[in-house]
Design a protein. Structure first.
Length: 146
């Protein structure tokens, strides 16, 4: 029996996305962006920039996953969001160093590489059991009931 792949892409699933789900993601993303912009205007660019780093559609995505697949699946996906966020720290560190040394396009490509390396490494470490985590976000995501 072949084992389940660690991760993959199924473009056929795009057909299953409901327009209402897209609207919900757009509304959440827009609301968070407006809050970040207003905070930046009120408290300065540093605060606004930090808030813009928030994954704007994460609340909508977790809400949709919870509705479709249950609470456990949504909690599990929080682990992936955390890894993406830690990867963004890697992006920021590489960009901060590289922007002073090489052209901007090269620095941004290097930073993207840093984000991918950190995020994927954490994901693989979680899925293979190398990273000790709470049971609710460890391992592969289970299929929807039913």
């Amino acid at each position: 029996m072949a084992s389940e792949p660690l991760f993959g892409v199924d473009l056929g699933e795009v057909r299953n996305v409901k327009p209402a789900d897209l609207v919900l993601r757009f509304v959440f993303g827009a609301a968070i962006s407006v809050i970040a912009g207003a905070s930046g205007a009120a408290f300065g660019a540093t605060v606004g920039g930090l808030l813009l780093a928030f994954p704007a559609i994460l609340p909508a995505t977790l809400t949709l996953i919870e509705r479709r697949d249950g609470n456990a699946a949504a909690i599990h996906d929080v682990g992936g969001a955390i890894f993406g966020g830690v990867g963004l720290v890697g992006f920021g560190l590489v960009a901060t160093i590289a922007l002073g040394l090489i052209p901007a396009w090269g620095a941004l490509m290097a930073a993207l590489g840093g984000w991918v390396i950190v995020g994927v490494s954490l994901y693989v470490a979680r899925a293979t059991g190398w990273l000790p985590l709470p049971a609710s976000i460890r391992g592969r995501r289970t299929a929807a009931p039913g």
